[in-house]
Design a protein around this ligand. Structure first.
Ligand SMILES: Nc1ncnc2c1ncn2[C@@H]1O[C@H](COP(=O)(O)OP(=O)(O)OP(=O)(O)O)[C@@H](O)[C@H]1O
Ligand SMILES: [Mg+2]
Length: 266
């Protein structure tokens, strides 16, 4: 067998704000990247939304990502927990699923040296198997979020078009800078995606407009991708485990296409 020449590019989707579109962005990017190369979607949020949207609503009989980050001999190789999406036949897309047990795993790893890098260690054994790895992350500061960020080469930050969303972006960028200041090797921030951009007919709402303007002022050298408009189609797509492009909504997915093009051309 020829040795694999793959070396996965790892992208974390993160924002220190709940409901900011992280899982929606992860799902869309993972599906779109899987048409460019073999892709692993890593659910690293105890809420397990990405796993649920990829058809895995009950993981009680399955090993999950939680078992791959444990210290000591209890740890499983990530290859043992990887699944195919359970609701759609998909060439080239696989899932490392999560459920609430990930929360307990976070508590177990917390007292251990190197605790911020256990996901990075877990992913090592599959770097040669995938072209792209997309990590969905929890909404708050904590050991799981640090693990997701420090496992990644690149980060994208989705945010709601609100003041709360803008604060979430600032807090996320600050966290990454703080990790860098204490000598962690941090991922490159590819950019920020404003999501749920609200329009009423031909007019963008004042709240969305103000949030996007504030973002473009505060981000400086960090890219601002196109916005994703608010649409009820998004929820339908998520529940079916489909990308917006697969729903025939390419125009809604412009930002995701921009991220994919950035990642494949790095
Ligand atoms: N562009 C959009 N238009 C309408 N609804 C959207 C859009 N993007 C995401 N949503 C919906 O908003 C909700 C939050 O999105 P999502 O779950 O992706 O955010 P999250 O950041 O992962 O949340 P959490 O912090 O809880 O993990 C979901 O119900 C999702 O379907
Ligand atoms: Mg989520």
């Amino acid at each position: 067998m020829p040795e694999s020449t793959k070396q996965a590019k790892i992208l974390a989707v993160t924002c220190l704000s709940g409901g900011s579109g992280k899982t929606t962005t992860s799902l869309n990017l993972a599906i779109m990247l899987s048409s460019k190369g073999k892709t692993l979607a890593v659910d690293f949020d105890p809420q397990g939304n990405l796993s649920q949207w990829m058809g895995w609503r009950d993981l009680s009989e399955s090993a999950t990502i939680a078992e791959t980050i444990l210290p000591g001999s209890d740890r499983l190789d990530i290859k043992e927990i990887i699944k195919k999406p359970n609701n759609e036949e998909r060439e080239g897309l696989e899932l490392a699923p999560a459920d609430y047990s990930l929360s307990g795993a976070g508590e177990v790893i917390a007292p251990n040296p190197g605790r911020e890098r256990f996901l990075k260690r877990a992913l090592k054994s599959v770097l040669g198997d995938y072209d792209y790895i997309v990590i969905d992350t929890p909404p708050a500061k904590g050991i799981l979020t640090y693990n997701a960020i420090l496992a990644a080469d690149y980060v994208v930050i989705p945010t709601e078009c609100t003041n709360k969303g803008v604060m979430g972006v600032i807090n996320t960028i600050t966290l990454i800078r703080e990790l860098e200041e204490i000598d962690f090797i941090v991922p490159k921030i590819l950019g920020v995606i404003p999501v749920r951009d609200q329009w009423s007919g031909a007019n963008q709402t004042r709240m969305s407009k103000a949030a996007i303007e504030t973002l473009s002022e505060v981000l400086k050298e960090i890219s601002l991708f196109s916005s994703v408009r608010h649409s009820t189609i998004v929820q339908q797509a998520n529940n079916a485990g489909w990308s917006l492009a697969e729903m025939g909504k390419q125009s809604l997915a412009t930002a995701y296409t921009e991220v994919v093009n950035t990642v494949i051309n790095i």
